[in-house]
Every structure is written in structure tokens, then in C-alpha cells.
Ligand binder design. Structure first.
Ligand SMILES: Cc1cc2nc3c(=O)[nH]c(=O)nc-3n(C[C@H](O)[C@H](O)[C@H](O)COP(=O)(O)OP(=O)(O)OC[C@H]3O[C@@H](n4cnc5c(N)ncnc54)[C@H](O)[C@@H]3O)c2cc1C
Length: 289
């Protein structure tokens, strides 16, 4: 069968194309083109629908107290966006940590979510922000929390005719501070071996009134430890409570991912990451120019 390439100029047109059986979306191509080389001729998609003509999906905007990020927004746009840097510096940090300038220039938010790599850098931050994925097909529209959309390694709730239109979250109330941290094999072009995000807020009396902690890359989907963090740190971020939180995180990773060869370095790394995430967040978050 002949392979065809389509570059729609509107979302409606793209949705029509995706209604054809076997159609596959192409965004920045940083994942798809790598995977392409691994496929046999018979496995390669017959109909490629390139989203690069859709400027309407390449916008970041604030709408009714929500931040809406179009699926064709690149990591570079996210890292440089004044809106993102002001409402959620950790999301800008996560985008800036992705790959190399070339990958950040091409790789998109939609592609990252659809690919559902456990090592993705945006996913833990989007889960921490309570973000929702907006999905559209020719006849349907739905929204899912990112935590429900991501279902496992390279596994999502995306249906074959659906396009991720955007991802959105409520702009956090002022006073929330936090950080994204990544542990890689090297400093540049490093796929995360471990990453995570922590968001905290203290009330007027200095008491912690909000704690969110999500660890990525250690389990197939981001591990949300916020409930445990809230319970353990309710009395204050005492060193014992923090150490207990770190140990419980390690135990949860072990329950979900099992004990692998990497456990010898990974478990202490998870523990250190939790302690660092909390310390940097509580000290005011990462520095931004
Ligand atoms: C050298 C290298 C380094 C990398 N480093 C990192 C890193 O440090 N951190 C990180 O998180 N990632 C990293 N990546 C992974 C990659 O860059 C990201 O996952 C990227 O965001 C994918 O987006 P894309 O636009 O290139 O997707 P594509 O490759 O175009 O598509 C990926 C998948 O998503 C689907 N898709 C794309 N857009 C949509 C949409 N709107 N709706 C539904 N499905 C869609 C495609 O059909 C395909 O299945 C790296 C990749 C490479 C090659």
C-alpha cells in the first residue's frame, strides 16, 4: 500500500485526516523519527498527518484563571514563556532541562505526553500542577487529568482518531514556590534517570499549608507522593519527617517498579532527591533570571 503524507492547515482538517484508519500524527518528530528506524516496512504507518501547519496549537495563553498550552508548543517556547516562568517556574525548568537546543526547538508538549516515556521531564510537573489533557476527535471532545492520561510505559488513554489539542491547569495562587530537579548520566543531552518536582506554600504564621511532591523516571508513570508528604509534614518539615518521607518514597518505588540492578544507586538517589527537592522549594525555589 502507498504511504501518504498530509499537512493540514486547520485543526478540523487534521481531525478529518485522523478519522482514517492507520493515520499517525507527526509533531516535532524527535521521538517518532527515532522509532521509525526500528520499524519494519510493514509496521511503518501508512498515513502521516503532520501538525506543523497548525499555528493555532502553538500558543500559550491565560484564560479564565487557567493556563492553556497548545500541544504544538515546543520545549523551547515553554522554557522561554513569560507566562510559564511567572505562574510555574518548575515547568519552565523542566522544559529547559530537555535534551539539547535542537531537541527543545522541535520537541513538543503534545509529543512528549503522547509518547509517555517514564523519563519524560514535563510529566511530573504537569501531574504536580493538576494539569488536564484536552483531547479531540472529529466527533468527540474530552479532558483527562494528566495522571489518568498516562497509563504506563509508552501507554496512554489516547484513542486512535484523537489529537491532543492542549494541556491546561489552574494558575497556582500566589506564594507557591518550588523546584524541578533532574538526575542524569551527564549534564547535557541527558535523559532523566530520575527527576521530580516539589511545590510548597507557607501561611502567614509560617506553617506549611500546601505540599506537592511528584517523582518521575523511577516508575512507569509519575509517582505522586503529595498525600504522604502532607500527612508527614503537617507538623512541620522536621528532619525526621523528611527522612521518613524519603524512605516511604523509596518503598513505593520498590513496590511499583520492583528491585532491579539499578536499585543500588537508585534508592539512595530517590532519597537524596526528595530531601533536595524539599530543601530548595522551602528556601524559595530555584533561581530564575
Ligand atoms: C536525543 C534526544 C534527547 C531527548 N531528551 C529528552 C529529555 O531530556 N527529556 C524529555 O522529556 N524528552 C527527551 N526526548 C524525547 C522527546 O524530545 C520528547 O518526548 C518530545 O517532546 C516529543 O515531541 P515531538 O513533537 O518530537 O513528538 P513526535 O516525535 O512528533 O511524536 C511522538 C509521538 O506523539 C504522537 N503525537 C505527537 N503530537 C501529538 C498530538 N498533538 N496529539 C496526539 N499524539 C501526538 C505522535 O504520533 C508520536 O506517537 C529526547 C529525544 C531525543 C531524540
Amino acid at each position: 500500500m502507498e504511504r501518504t503524507y498530509h499537512r493540514p492547515q486547520s485543526l478540523e482538517w487534521a481531525l478529518e485526516e485522523m478519522a482514517n484508519p492507520g493515520a499517525v500524527l507527526l509533531a516535532g518528530g524527535t521521538d517518532l523519527l527515532v522509532q521509525w528506524r526500528e520499524l519494519t516496512e510493514a509496521e511503518k504507518p501508512q498515513r502521516i498527518v503532520d501538525l506543523s501547519g497548525l499555528d493555532e496549537l502553538r500558543q500559550i495563553r491565560e484564560e479564565d484563571g487557567e493556563v492553556v498550552i497548545g500541544s504544538m508548543v515546543t520545549h523551547r517556547m515553554l522554557a522561554q514563556s513569560a507566562v510559564i516562568r511567572s505562574v510555574s517556574p518548575p515547568l519552565a525548568e523542566a522544559a529547559f532541562s530537555v535534551g539539547s537546543p535542537q531537541i527543545r526547538n522541535r520537541g513538543t508538549v503534545g509529543g512528549s505526553l503522547a509518547n509517555a516515556s517514564p523519563a519524560a521531564d514535563l510529566a511530573p510537573v504537569l501531574v504536580a500542577l493538576g494539569a488536564r489533557v484536552c483531547l479531540e476527535s472529529r466527533n468527540t471532545r474530552r479532558e483527562l487529568p494528566v495522571s489518568a492520561f498516562l497509563q504506563g510505559m509508552n501507554k496512554t488513554a489516547l484513542e486512535s482518531a484523537e489529537i491532543i489539542r492542549s494541556v491546561k491547569f489552574s494558575a497556582p495562587a500566589p506564594g507557591l514556590q518550588g523546584t524541578f530537579q533532574k538526575v542524569g548520566r551527564r549534564n547535557a543531552v541527558a535523559i532523566a534517570r530520575l527527576n521530580g518536582v516539589c511545590l510548597v506554600r507557607r501561611d502567614a504564621t509560617g506553617r506549611l499549608d500546601e505540599v506537592t511532591l511528584v517523582i518521575g523516571s523511577a516508575t512507569p508513570t509519575p509517582l505522586d507522593m503529595s498525600q504522604e508528604a502532607r500527612e508527614l509534614l503537617a507538623q512541620g518539615p522536621e528532619p525526621e519527617a523528611l527522612r521518613e518521607l524519603a524512605l516511604r518514597t523509596v518503598r513505593r518505588v520498590e513496590e511499583i517498579a520492583g528491585v532491579r540492578a539499578s536499585a543500588r544507586w537508585k534508592f539512595p538517589a530517590v532519597e537524596n532527591l526528595v530531601l533536595k527537592l524539599f530543601r530548595v522549594s522551602d528556601e524559595g525555589g530555584s533561581e530564575h533570571e
